[in-house]
Design a protein around this ligand. Sequence first.
Ligand SMILES: C[S@@+](CC[C@H](N)C(=O)[O-])C[C@H]1O[C@@H](n2cnc3c(N)ncnc32)[C@H](O)[C@@H]1O
Length: 228
Amino acid sequence: MDRSGTPIEFGNEGGVVRDDVRLTAPAAGRNQAAITEVLGRRLGDLAGDVLEVGSGTGQHVVAFARALPRLTWWPTDPDPDHRQSIDAWRGHAGLGNVRPAVSLDAAAADWRLGAPGLPPADRLVAILAINVAHIAPWAVTEGLIRGAGRHLGPGGQLLVYGAFARDGRHIAASNARFDASLRRQNPAWGVRDTADVAALAAEQGLALADVVTMPANNLTLVLTKDGA
Ligand SMILES: C[S@@+](CC[C@H](N)C(=O)[O-])C[C@H]1O[C@@H](n2cnc3c(N)ncnc32)[C@H](O)[C@@H]1O
């Protein structure tokens, strides 16, 4: 979404609508159950702090926090309208394990974590980014991986959901069309390749532990930090 309320693609499954201060993204409604299922499998037995990059509307984070109450959820987004929406969803849900939305630009050299009221700097259980990597410049993916290398605790997981190519090939014709439409909107955007993400992650001590096939030709990449 943009400041004028104009819907933009929020994934490869649809746009965004503005209801009230709580924004809703139909794609987030559709992919929520499948992502929650993956999070349950990967994080269900854990306690600790999870940082979400690019939380968007905030629909997801309250659903995840409800499903996984042992974890403390830290939604972030650089867009003030999105943070307002996240905080509205948080207030509406009334959950004790969702923290107020924090401004975070994943591409920043320093995420400035660890201060009071901010996510912990050195012991995150997981970092989550849903439909962010392709709707942002590659520098955002670089920053995401750098931040994961720096801020995840030993064995921590970076979970990245979205449309990805595999080893230079789109996994569906619709993803190729989606990629072209993203690059028309902004030449710096585009569907990323799993191999490129894995290579970058390896430099930061993260290994591609799993690639989960998701509905609508999406994938969840699970990158784990050394030291489990
Ligand atoms: C397509 S939306 C996805 C939102 C949400 N994760 C979802 O799946 O519904 C992309 C989000 O990434 C955020 N974003 C854009 N640039 C970013 C950056 N440099 N760092 C972190 N988030 C960013 C946008 O503000 C937006 O909320």
